[in-house]
Write a protein that binds this ligand. Structure first.
Ligand code: PEP
Ligand code: MN
Length: 407
């Protein structure tokens, strides 16, 4: 029987007719076409029933019966290793234990992993020493090295990212499925994976019709989210998320208006399905107490049953004197505190936390009990994009959030 490689992929019509923000500007459309056909012919990484299970778990988060712990790299690289994965899973697992121990709520662990290879950028170009090149947009688009060759978008990178995602997920499943004593450290009892649905040339060919429900599901991860820069309710990214049946999330920044969130709910969760939609609030420690209450009130008044989570990282980024992008532990904790205060005052469930973190002993964020300062940033700054909490900072933060959540 003759099979067409694109047979299982979902038609792209509704998506491509809308404005598409933050795409790479591929140089060669013929290569792009070939790559998309190969992605469309490849095996999905996750199954619809797993995504349905995550949706079920997230329904408990939305309804105040569970908490979400979402965490991982800002930008995954292709050179990850077993020990990096073990350390990350161990750290997430200990954080989850701290949160559930203190709140008596189950914790859903959702890694930013096995697909977090595409980055939105505030500037399309980066200038260094008089040389201007395209910004780094993640391993599925171009390379981090500051050379014209590396920074030129290459569609083949989507195939390498897909392979890396498959290998990463394979190992994660082996670690979580195996006996905890055969691995270094702990693993979460149940693990789901998520990433930003940024690169529609990657997501669309990996979207498949579930043969059982006959509905489209992203095959690239269990939960996909739209970022702060691509959350236009009328834009292509939201149209894409509206078309899949996975649980989805949207980042909510400091300028978000209640009507925008109501429009997102209408597009993404018209049936008010618990667990389908999570708002990830990333406003910054200085504004969250002021800006969040109205949003939560209006959404609650609409009758929507969305989940809420705080991302205390992206609104608190600044450049240190050394030139490193960093975040302070105290600002991160302050945003979380403000976020929980708002929910506690309104009687709504704060849901959980979304962090950029690693299980490694890196020096990318300042503060915490180990006292990392600006002068320490150069010691071990390894992130390909935004600064991550290191292992100690992540564990310390989880203890503090557990206290706040239980109070
Ligand atoms: C991110 O999560 O890495 C990111 C770019 O976030 P945001 O869309 O909230 O800026
Ligand atoms: Mn980031």
């Amino acid at each position: 029987m003759q099979t067409s490689p694109v047979r299982h992929s979902v038609a792209q019509r509704p998506v491509v007719q809308r404005p598409v923000a933050q795409q790479p500007g591929w140089p060669d459309t013929e290569v792009l076409r070939t790559v998309k056909h190969r992605l469309a012919a490849s095996l999905p990484l996750v199954m619809p029933r797993e995504s349905d299970l995550l949706k079920h778990r997230l329904a408990a988060v939305a309804e105040g019966r569970a908490m979400l712990l979402q965490g991982g790299d800002c930008a995954e690289t292709l050179d990850t290793s077993l020990s990096v994965m073990e350390n990350r899973l161990d750290t997430l697992s200990r954080m989850a234990a701290a949160l559930s121990g203190r709140t008596a709520l189950p914790v859903v662990v959702l890694a930013r992993m096995a697909g977090q290879y595409a980055k939105p950028r505030s500037s399309a170009f980066e200038a260094r020493d008089g040389v201007t090149l395209p910004s780094y947009r993640g391993e599925s688009v171009n390379g981090l090295e500051f050379t014209a060759a590396a920074r030129t978008p290459d569609p083949h990178r989507m195939l390498r990212a897909h392979e890396a995602a498959a290998a990463t997920l394979n190992l994660a499943r082996a670690l979580v499925g195996g006996s905890p004593t055969t691995t270094r450290g702990h693993v979460p009892e149940e693990l789901f994976v998520s990433h930003e649905a940024l690169l529609l040339d990657y997501e669309t060919p990996l979207t498949r019709i579930d043969p059982y429900s006959r509905r489209p599901y992203a095959g690239s991860g269990h939960l996909l989210w739209a970022g702060e820069r691509t959350r236009d309710p009328d834009g292509a990214h939201i149209a894409y998320l509206a078309g899949i049946r996975n649980p989805v999330a949207v980042k909510v920044g400091p300028t978000a208006e209640p009507d925008e969130l109501l429009a997102l709910i209408e597009r993404l969760d018209p049936d008010q399905e618990p667990g389908r939609l999570t708002f990830v609030v990333r406003m910054g420690a200085t504004v969250v107490r002021e800006n969040l209450p109205l949003l939560v009130e209006k959404v609650a008044a609409s009758g929507a049953r969305v989940g809420w989570v705080t991302d205390p990282m992206h609104g608190n980024t600044y450049t240190a004197p050394s030139g490193h992008k960093t975040r302070g532990f105290d600002a991160v904790l302050d945003e979380i505190t403000g976020y929980f205060d708002v929910h506690h005052a309104l009687g709504t469930h704060p849901g959980g936390i979304h962090l950029e973190m690693t299980g490694e002993d890196v020096t990318e964020c300042v503060g915490g009990h180990t006292g990392i300062g600006h002068d320490d940033l150069a010691t071990r700054y390894e992130s390909a994009c935004d600064p991550r909490l290191n292992r100690e900072q992540s564990l310390e933060l989880a203890q503090l959030v557990a206290e706040i959540a239980a109070s």
